[in-house]
Design a binder for this molecule. Structure first.
Ligand SMILES: [Ca+2]
Ligand SMILES: [Ca+2]
Length: 162
């Protein structure tokens, strides 16, 4: 059979969702930003880098469908750990100011309570996304303490099919 149809050649592995030439994995496990990133890398991907509005639209919609509670947000591959206020993606590209989807009032680098009730003097240097009820102009990003346990989105290129 040489139908040329992709069925014998899945573009994404089991559990990964294809979209626009990439494969996405939405993790149900919650962990720190760094642990989440390590987990993506172990699966030969990385935390998601959002390159255009269409990608944000896709992710916003998929994340919304997976949220039962408003706190169930997902890590993305954006951080200002190296220098406060300088947002870098995990591929070392700078955040394009025309492609920002911060929720109103974010980023606020708020020193917050950790899940153990300790204060978090480091502020918030990692980004999670998701609004259960959706948001105007897809604005669903929040900076958050990198130690906070969150779900996450991994991304990798589609496999080339022979
Ligand atoms: Ca920060
Ligand atoms: Ca914040």
């Amino acid at each position: 059979m040489h139908s040329g149809i992709d069925e014998t050649c899945p573009r994404c592995e089991d559990g990964w969702e294809p979209h626009g030439g990439k494969c996405y994995f939405f993790s149900w496990v919650t962990s720190s930003w760094t642990q989440s990133r390590t987990q993506c890398i172990l699966m030969r991907g990385d935390l998601v880098v959002i390159n255009n509005r269409e990608e944000q639209r896709f992710l916003e919609s998929r994340v919304r469908g997976k949220m039962e509670k408003d706190e169930e947000k997902f890590w993305i591959g954006l951080t200002d750990t190296k220098k406060e206020g300088e947002w870098l993606w995990v591929d070392d590209t700078r955040l394009d100011t025309s492609l920002m989807f911060w929720r109103e009032g974010q980023p606020d680098n708020r020193a917050s309570q950790t899940s153990y009730g300790q204060s978090n003097p480091d502020g918030e240097d990692c980004v999670r996304m998701g609004e259960k009820d959706g948001a105007k102009d897809l604005k669903t990003w929040f900076d958050r303490s990198c130690k906070s346990p969150q779900k996450s989105i991994c991304e990798k290129p589609e496999k080339a099919c022979a």
